[in-house]
Design a protein around this ligand. Structure first.
Ligand SMILES: [Zn+2]
Length: 398
């Protein structure tokens, strides 16, 4: 599937499609606040549904090995995720991807919640999830963790487009052990499916960002968090008690955010939680400027450098002035027939069509040279974490 499906369009058609797609994107971004509110109300209803079965299917008996106690590098990546698990990005073994390099393009950050027996508003079947991954792979997307976007460390082979897979709420269907085999992911859970896909396609790295509350993934929370970070996945913050961060004061916000970070950092020594997903997508504009992003809880210092919204379009490039690391949008992956027509336009099914019809909208890696942006050269003048400086403070948060 290396042949470009849009190569047959002539130049002027491409331009017209570009203008159209941009118009759609602008219109959708303008509708963002509605999208968050709408999604939240649906989500509140979905909360009452019974939890998805984690699925102990008899399948592939052998899974990935349980990990030992590797160290983690400065970006929080486990040693296991850096070596021995796939082709090194940009090596001669990696053929070029189908897209034209463009580091100002946007990045789809996909949002998943649960896997289960049926398709639902906040649930995919295991087969549907595997299909989404396969589809991304075939079209030339490759996964990175959200923290890699925030830090501008998007290290992919030339011509590949980054995609971020995010999972909220620490549902057991995201990560359960194979029956009777603690330490090995169940092949039906999201982690197990990603592992199998990686084994079949070594150039699909083990990357995804998991946003957890207290006691994630049912049983064995600590061992599962250790396993994730040791294999290259990101574990992020979703607050201890899934609180509305726009309804708590600064002290509570710090306890909720720092509490998860402190716990993760205690069970996975050397790893640092660096990003957060707002529960319910609820945020306070002033939160981004407040001091709650850094602190010390239970003796553990924490520092959050990026935060994710709920919905409703691709994220700006971290090199773009449009990129605000504390307000990064996501795209929900849901069966489009299960949502209302206005919301349908914001699903991954709709965005994938738009982006593939005009790949110039996509961030596309130029190859290994991208990693040279690592060392503080990201967006000179915008600060170490690319955060625009606002002079005001919200008194209610101080
Ligand atoms: Zn949540």
């Amino acid at each position: 599937m290396r042949a470009s499906r849009w190569g047959r369009y002539s130049g002027w058609v491409k331009v017209a499609m570009g203008i159209l797609s941009l118009g759609v994107a602008v219109a959708l971004v303008a509708l963002l606040p509605w999208g968050i509110a709408g999604a939240n109300s649906v989500r509140a209803q979905a909360k009452s549904l019974p939890p998805a079965g984690a699925g102990g299917s008899p399948g592939r008996p052998a899974g990935p090995p349980a990990s030992g106690g590797e160290g983690y590098d400065a970006l929080g990546r486990g040693a296991g995720g850096r070596s021995g698990h796939g082709i090194e990005p940009g090596s001669e073994l990696t053929p070029e991807g189908p897209f034209t390099p463009n580091r100002m393009g946007s990045i789809p950050i996909l949002e998943f919640h649960r896997l289960g027996a049926r398709m639902g508003r906040w649930q995919l079947t295991s087969a549907a999830f595997a299909q989404v991954i396969d589809d991304l792979y075939r079209h030339g997307f490759r996964p990175v963790n959200f923290v890699d976007v925030v830090t501008g460390h998007i290290s992919l082979g030339r011509g590949y487009a980054p995609v971020v897979l995010t999972f909220d709420d620490g549902d057991p269907s995201q990560f359960s052990w194979a029956p009777g085999q603690p330490g090995r992911p169940d092949p039906q859970c999201a982690v197990g499916i990603l592992w199998q896909f990686h084994e079949q396609h070594p150039d699909w790295a083990l990357k995804a960002s998991f946003y957890v509350n207290a006691h994630p993934f049912g049983q064995d929370s600590a061992a599962k968090v250790r396993w994730l970070v040791a294999h290259g996945f990101e574990v992020g913050d979703h607050t201890l008690h899934h609180v509305f961060l726009n309804r708590v004061d600064a002290k509570q916000a710090e306890a909720e955010i720092g509490g998860v970070a402190a716990w993760v950092q205690t069970v996975a020594p050397g790893y640092h939680v660096q990003t957060l997903a707002y529960p319910f997508g609820a945020f306070d504009r002033q939160l981004a400027d407040s001091h709650v992003w850094s602190g010390v809880v239970d003796g553990q210092p924490y520092h959050i450098i990026g935060a994710l919204l709920v919905g409703s379009g691709p994220a700006a490039s971290p090199y773009s002035p449009q990129f605000h690391p504390y307000f990064v949008p996501r795209i929900q992956v849901v069966d489009p027939t299960l949502v209302s027509p206005p919301e349908r336009a914001w699903t991954w099914a709709a965005w994938e069509q738009r982006l593939l019809a005009n790949p110039r909208l996509l961030y596309v890696s130029a190859g290994r040279d991208i990693s040279s942006f690592d060392n503080g050269r990201t967006n000179p003048g915008r600060g170490r974490f690319n955060v625009p400086v606002h002079p005001y403070r919200n008194p209610s948060l101080n």
